[in-house]
Design a binder for this molecule. Structure first.
Ligand code: FAD
Ligand code: NAP
Ligand code: SF4
Length: 704
């Protein structure tokens, strides 16, 4: 076994000029300008990993993600195409979404399961497709335990999870034995289906983790009580799986290094567990970060890049098997830095490979500026899964649509004018140009990006810079003719074969007494820096933009998303990782302003934000003492402030500014002029429908 880089891999062309986006650019620019053929980019990332009985071609592990294609045999050809693109894109080792080893371990009714030979058979499509491209693949065995969304769930103790309505049944000793056998059986089936190994999911608060933690294991028999008895179930599973599959099969054990819940494991118990699963036959240990019920965010965009990598590094001296670092590793310089510093032996990227299947190939040839970076928004991946929809990706609508959304070359090239270089126009222009059309892209502004130029200024949304950097590169690569600082008129457009209006939106104005008072400004005035907001502000409208503007106004200085130590202090993560569950008292930084966030509809503001990120936005604003009110009637604005009525009582909010974040209206005045000139334009993004517009729809529509 050789977990350290052995050699640097093949020669690669020199890197192109640096164009990585702010504010992460410093490391990459230094690297990119200094790279030559003699010093290949990212030598640690592309060093093979020798496991003794097999070798993985590089250190890029595609982490497990449920996509929705795992649950029905008829979707396996699509699942195979999805994985094949990532294998062809150069990933070393792929881990599938979770398959339960038996029925009680289901994540949801009729979810993917691996307990009978006929359930294993369709997996051969997947393993064959991946092997054809030189990558290795492991099936994840995921028993949901008390997180299963069905009435058959089992757990070490009868304790309901705070995020699930179903109460599990506590297992008998015979029941425990049946679960262990189910794992061994599933691993044997995975081997028969052509997998190179399995990943045993022992973290994130699922079944095995429920045995290891005192929080959920209240047993007083041989499977609970002391740390040794709590970890016995995990160790026994690894031992029995190894016995069943033989020595030449990868067993990854996903170990919860940070539970981030009260009564979770303590550091010495985690080390003990790691040593025990290694001795029982694990080949690789993957890092698990945070239970699903944890109140500390672990993957959303405001989590700093590689925030938790030091906990993997802390385990390194204690084990000999290769260790995998995870969470918010989305660019090659971050991955290389972790490996070069000896903090881990592999890096796990999950969502970044939804965003760009060619991630590894682009890193290997030294073109990180060509990577379509995952911005950790969760909007099209995790949020979809939680809504029982097929996963995809906001920045790459082809993810999980590899067989039905293909950008084929056209046999009839046309001249195409795209008006508006926001997300919709950028996607449309680059896809049309890639297909062979001659595209001209107009924008009235002097830079591309549309509203993303406001989004990127929100503390915690720094990743949005990367999408703009990617599109700048794509525009160049696809040779789109750019016309910036050019407000297009109908006369400019009539000569084109096709005209696409991606002109976006205009912010909605509000109508109440004093709406034209000097205190009343739009979110655009604030985020563009045209208005300097006073010490007290009220925000009208509590949608995604209202929440973002509240974060902008309550934060000051460098965003803690760029500073892991401050971020950990804010969220109460023990920087030494020694405390039980790794939790300490949160220390939020004081708000920069006093802010009220208001909406007319009754109920909790933010209820309609993303399923997996909304709670983080609400918690952040609560920590910043933002007063969030629903059921508000706006009575008027004058020199004294904003008068409102809530629950029949009138209040005066003595604010310096009232910032309107009340939604948007489509901007498409060009449509009428074009129609009058005999030209029917195509409408996309906000110009088409402004209601419930987001970048996911804009990019998807632009691409299609
Ligand atoms: P726009 O982005 O509005 O782009 C339209 C472009 O057209 C502009 O650049 C404009 O200059 C140009 N234009 C207009 N008329 C003309 C003309 N006549 N000639 C030339 N150019 C013209 N969405 C998400 O999905 N997730 C988020 O986290 C998120 N956060 C956000 C945070 C903030 C603060 C804001 C403001 C928005 C956020 N959004 C988010 C929304 C997202 O940015 C929009 O949904 C998306 O930008 C809409 O894309 P679009 O291309 O339709 O329009
Ligand atoms: P939005 O989500 O539709 O919210 C608009 C808000 O304004 C609501 O709170 C609405 O609630 C209020 N409002 C609407 N008309 C009003 C009126 N006439 N007077 C007073 N209040 C009014 O829109 P948005 O916040 O502008 O966001 C635009 C889009 O960007 C959203 O669809 C969102 O998906 C996307 N976005 C997403 C994120 C993200 O993190 N995912 C972040 C930012 C933006 P009441 O009517 O109850 O007051
Ligand atoms: Fe990343 Fe957002 Fe795409 Fe999910 S939807 S993979 S979080 S960019």
């Amino acid at each position: 076994m050789n977990p350290t880089p052995a050699h640097a891999g093949a020669c690669v062309p020199p890197r192109f000029a640096a164009s990585c986006a702010l504010p992460y650019a410093s490391v990459s620019i230094a690297r990119m300008t200094s790279t030559t053929i003699e010093s290949p980019p990212y030598p640690h990332l592309f060093a093979p990993l020798d496991l003794g009985f097999t070798t993985i071609r590089n250190r890029v592990l595609m982490g497990s993600m449920h996509t929705g294609l795992e649950d029905r045999a008829k979707d396996f050809p699509r699942l195979a195409a999805y994985f094949a693109e990532r294998a062809a894109g150069g990933v070393g080792l792929i881990v599938t979404g979770g398959f339960s080893p038996n029925l009680v371990g289901w994540l949801k009714p009729f979810g993917g399961k691996l307990s009978w030979p006929w359930e294993a058979r369709p997996h051969k499509f997947v393993t064959k497709a991946v092997h054809e491209h030189g990558a290795k693949i492991c099936a994840q065995l995921l028993h949901a335990g008390r997180y299963g969304y069905h009435p058959l769930t089992v757990a070490p103790s009868k304790l309901k999870a705070p995020i699930n309505p179903f109460t599990p049944r506590a297992l008998s000793v015979r029941g425990i034995e049946r679960q262990i056998s189910a794992y061994a059986n599933a691993a044997t089936l995975a081997r028969d289906a052509g997998y190179d190994g399995v990943e045993i999911m022992g973290s994130e608060g699922y079944f095995i983790n429920e045995f290891t933690a005192p929080r959920t294991n209240k047993r007083v028999d041989a499977w609970g009580g002391t740390p040794e008895k709590r970890m016995r179930f995990a160790v026994e599973i690894v031992r029995r799986v190894r016995e069943a599959v033989g020595p030449d099969f990868i067993i990854i054990y996903r170990l919860s290094l940070l539970d981030l819940v009260d009564d979770g494991n303590q550091w010495d118990e985690i080390v003990q567990q790691a040593k025990a699963v290694e001795a029982a036959g694990a080949t690789i240990i993957n890092s698990g970060i945070g239970w699903h019920e944890a109140r500390v965010p672990t993957i959303v965009t405001s989590v700093p890049r590689a925030a938790f990598v030091d906990v993997t590094a802390k385990l390194k001296p204690h084990v000999r098997v290769p260790l995998v670092a995870t969470n918010r590793i989305n660019m090659p310089e971050v991955a290389e830095g972790i490996l070069a510093a000896g903090k881990a032996d592999m890096v796990s990227l999950a969502r970044p490979l939804l965003a760009d299947p060619q991630w590894a190939a682009k890193a290997r040839v030294g073109t990180p500026q060509a990577i379509n970076t995952c911005i950790a928004c969760n909007q099209a991946c995790l949020d979809h899964v939680f809504e029982n929809k097929l996963a995809s990706c906001l920045v790459n609508p082809r993810a999980c649509h590899e067989t039905d959304l293909t950008y084929r070359k056209t046999f009839a090239p046309k001249t195409v004018a795209v008006v508006g270089a926001g997300p919709a126009g950028l996607a449309c222009a680059t896809v049309a140009a890639e297909r062979g059309h001659r595209v001209t892209l107009f924008d009235a502004a002097d830079e591309i990006g549309g509203q993303f130029n406001y989004a990127k200024r929100i503390p915690g949304k720094e990743e949005f810079h990367e999408t703009l950097r990617y599109f700048r590169h794509r525009l160049e690569e696809t040779r789109v003719d750019m016309k910036l600082s050019t407000p297009a008129t109908a006369a400019d457009l009539t000569g084109f074969d096709e005209v696409v209006l991606a002109t976006g939106i205009t912010p909605r104005r509000v109508a109440f007494p004093g709406a034209d008072h000097a205190k009343v400004v739009s979110y655009v005035d604030v985020l563009s820096g045209r208005v300097k907001v006073g010490a007290r502000a009220a925000l009208i409208g509590a949608g995604g933009i209202g929440f973002d503007v509240a974060e902008y106004l309550t934060h000051e200085g460098r965003s803690s998303s760029l500073d892991p130590a401050r971020w950990m202090a804010e969220w109460g993560v023990d920087p030494t990782f020694e405390a039980r569950g790794s939790l300490v008292k949160p220390q939020p930084e004081p708000p920069a302003r006093e802010v009220w966030l208001l909406q007319r509809s009754p109920g909790k503001p933010g209820a309609r934000l993303g399923k997996t990120s909304g709670w983080v936005h609400r918690a952040t604003l609560k920590a910043k003492q933002v007063k969030m009110l629903g059921g508000v009637e706006y009575l008027g604005v004058d020199d004294t402030g904003l008068r409102i009525k809530v629950d029949g009582a009138e209040h005066l909010l003595p604010v310096d500014h009232v910032v309107v974040c009340a939604g948007q209206e489509p901007r498409r005045e060009l449509q009428a002029d074009l129609m009058a000139a005999g030209k029917t334009p195509h409408l996309i993004g906000g110009a088409d429908v402004a209601a419930e517009l987001d970048a996911k729809r804009a990019i998807d529509q632009g691409s299609r």
